[in-house]
Design a protein around this ligand. Structure first.
Ligand SMILES: [Zn+2]
Ligand SMILES: [Zn+2]
Length: 309
């Protein structure tokens, strides 16, 4: 499980950074990746990355501002040309379907794959045996959502070497032990499941928030997350401007991470006024003073999501 940034700029693209798109790579977990937001030019950024659109399984839109949305019709069309035939689901706020219906129908775009569009107003938006995605409303000029991705705990594996030392071969007994049942062998030896099943692996939680002012809706999404991705459009000297524009400062993002007792914070969605990585350093330092485990997002860089020990 890794985070990969395709765009980290706010509002408009610059020569240094593109507009928002964040990738959650789930190669080990699902042999696919998920994308959060798709600003204009995202498909071009994908070409410069190791990602292949055929592996894109789900796309989540936080809100319908252009810098998070305008790359979508082009990327969806190109996915077909690049051999993408597996179904794709796009999740986002109401209005997403109308936007895609118009863009794709007037351009007569035909996709060689099943495209499903799911509009939501928060709550549980996806769940299967291994993952769950919940959304919650934030506070922005238009409805903007945050997503909380929860990887479910995976049951502990069997210690097969130990079982084989007892003379037990794979079969129904292995199944019983895996379910936690103790078994007795033909020679009368009792084997306790607790002895031969390893510790379950704790799932990870990643929270990706859309554009927002500090608001009560952020906390339940970020609570206890292993990684929180939060916008930091401005440094704290522009807190007043951040409030007026319905955005956050780096310090405000860090305050949320601290309150939510998150493990790590990644800042993104930087104003174009901060051109170089050097000019972003004050944002990082301000945030780290509040929440030390903070890093700045950087395009084409990979940020692993570590398991808790
Ligand atoms: Zn934005
Ligand atoms: Zn916005």
């Amino acid at each position: 499980m890794e985070i990969y940034f395709l765009g980290t700029n706010a509002g408009v693209p610059t020569l240094q950074r593109n507009v928002t798109s964040i990738v959650l790579r789930l190669l080990e977990e699902r042999r696919s990746f998920w994308m959060f937001d798709c600003g204009e030019g995202t498909q071009h950024q994908v070409l410069r990355s190791p990602l292949r659109l055929g592996k894109l399984e789900k796309l989540f839109i936080t809100h319908l501002h252009g810098d998070h949305l305008f790359g979508l019709p082009g990327l969806l069309s190109s996915r077909g040309y690049q051999g993408g035939t597996a179904p794709l689901t796009v999740y986002g706020p109401p209005g997403l379907k109308a936007f895609l219906d118009v863009s794709l129908s007037v351009s007569q775009s035909r996709m060689p794959y099943k495209l499903e569009i799911v509009e939501h107003t928060g709550g549980l938006v996806f769940e299967d045996e291994t993952f769950k995605v919940e959304a919650g409303l934030l506070e922005h000029r238009i409805d903007s959502y945050g997503y909380r991705v929860t990887e479910k705990d995976s049951p502990g594996s069997l210690n097969t070497e130990l079982l084989q030392s007892y003379g037990l071969k794979p079969g129904p007994i292995y199944g019983k032990l895996k379910k936690g049942e103790d078994v007795t062998t033909e020679s009368g030896v009792v084997i306790r499941a607790s002895e031969v099943v390893r510790e379950p692996k704790k799932g990870r939680i990643v929270t990706i928030l859309g554009d927002t002012r500090p608001c009560p809706g952020s906390l339940p999404l970020a609570q206890g997350a292993d990684l929180i991705i939060h916008e930091a459009t401005f440094a704290h000297d522009l807190a007043e401007m951040a409030y007026q524009y319905h955005h956050s400062t780096a310090v405000q993002a860090a305050e949320l991470a601290r309150e939510a007792e998150g493990r790590e914070l990644l800042l993104t969605h930087f104003s174009s006024r901060y051109v170089s990585q050097e000019e972003l350093t004050p944002l990082l330092e301000e945030a780290q003073a509040v929440f030390p485990q903070t890093l700045l997002a950087e395009e084409f860089c990979t940020f692993p999501v570590y398991r808790r020990k």
